[in-house]
Design a protein around this ligand. Structure first.
Ligand code: PBG
Length: 340
């Protein structure tokens, strides 16, 4: 048996291409770089101090002054984009989310400050009402209070997008999942003289339990006082790739510049589908729960934080994402710099 093996001619020995660090680097098929990453950041009003977010270790709600400093540092680390999320004083929240249309609302003051300090930095702002509504839904409710009113919400989102564009946001990011909002926002932006403002559409956004820590961070977790308890009437059913395909192709047809899949790690099949369907750039959002579970396992000593972080990002890239929104952006970039 041994003699036979010795004589065996094996033309294909894949291990030859894994034999050294040098050859492994030269045949590596995909890489994550700081150019791919967007850091989500939470902003609060006032002079501070920054507030820790328990379920998102290492992430904080930042007053504008600290936010600007954070953006400067991210840029120095090679990160090119941030996604800003306001965490509002509950006193400003209403049924109808009116604060979203205040031209001087927190997130717009934050945008102006960051634009002034880091004009090159790409800023994404969420177009959705959940930070502004008492019930935490992404839109306004119908008269019965048992669903989000699609078309009334879209009208508000259009006004909101125009306000954001006027504040200098280069890409608005509708994350609400209302029907027809991308086309309506595109038309409103163009009519308002903002044809240069892009749309990063949360196209395939699933009704996921992975958003829990984010809702803690912005205080949108309670659907209090409403009969609509979940976001299942507008966000996609996690079981439905074909529904995701419809959403992706509609948003592309309506003029989205970038199509997003969210969450990322548990939806790699959807990222791959988006990549194959469309020639537009694909973004994927590694959401708060994905980040939290990696940290939790690392805190228990059960998984190695950096290795899992890098492997999770690589998987999202490999599936076909061009942009990755991730709470790990800063840490990843910091480690990249250490290696230079
Ligand atoms: C809401 C919004 C959510 C996230 C981003 N925008 C949560 C939700 O749909 O309730 C989640 C992001 C994360 O979990 O990191 N418009």
């Amino acid at each position: 048996m041994k003699a036979e093996l010795d004589k065996q001619w094996l033309p294909v020995r894949p291990r030859r291409l894994r034999g050294s660090a040098g050859v492994r680097a030269m045949v590596r098929e995909c890489r994550v770089t700081t150019d791919d990453l967007i850091q989500p950041l939470f902003v609060i009003d006032g002079e501070g101090p920054a507030e820790a977010i328990e379920s998102l270790p290492g992430q904080r709600r930042l007053p504008i002054k600290d936010l600007v400093q954070e953006c400067r540092e991210l840029q120095e680390l090679g990160i090119r984009g941030v996604a800003l999320f306001p965490s509002l004083d509950p006193a400003l929240k209403t049924e109808g989310g009116e604060e979203a249309l205040n031209p001087d609302t927190l997130v717009l003051r934050a945008v102006r400050a960051v634009r002034g300090a880091c004009p090159e930095l790409l800023i994404l702002t969420d177009i959705a009402l959940d930070p502004y509504t008492t019930h935490g839904h992404d839109g306004v409710l119908n008269a019965e209070g048992d669903d989000v009113d699609n078309d009334a919400t879209v009208r508000i989102l259009c006004e909101m997008a125009v306000l954001h564009a006027a504040a200098g946001v280069p890409f608005v990011a509708p994350s609400d999942m209302m029907d027809g909002r991308v086309g309506a926002i595109r038309a409103a932006l163009d009519a308002g003289g903002h044809s240069g403002t892009g749309i990063v559409a949360y196209s395939a956004k699933f009704n996921s339990a992975f958003y829990g820590p984010f809702r803690d961070a912005v205080g949108s977790s309670k659907a209090a006082g409403t009969r609509l308890l979940s976001k299942a009437t507008y966000q996609l059913d996690p079981a439905n790739p074909r529904s995701a395909e419809i959403e992706l192709s509609q948003d592309e047809a309506e003029g989205a510049d970038v199509l997003m899949v969210k969450p990322a790690g548990a939806y790699l099949d959807i990222i791959r589908m988006a990549r194959e369907m469309s020639q537009q750039p694909i973004a994927a959002y590694q959401v708060s729960g994905e980040y939290a579970q990696i940290h939790a396992a690392a805190q228990l000593g059960w998984l190695d934080l950096k290795s899992i972080r890098d492997e999770s990002l690589l998987a999202i890239k490999r599936a076909g994402a061009d942009w990755i929104l991730t709470y790990f952006a800063r840490d990843f970039a910091t480690d990249c710099q250490g290696m230079r």
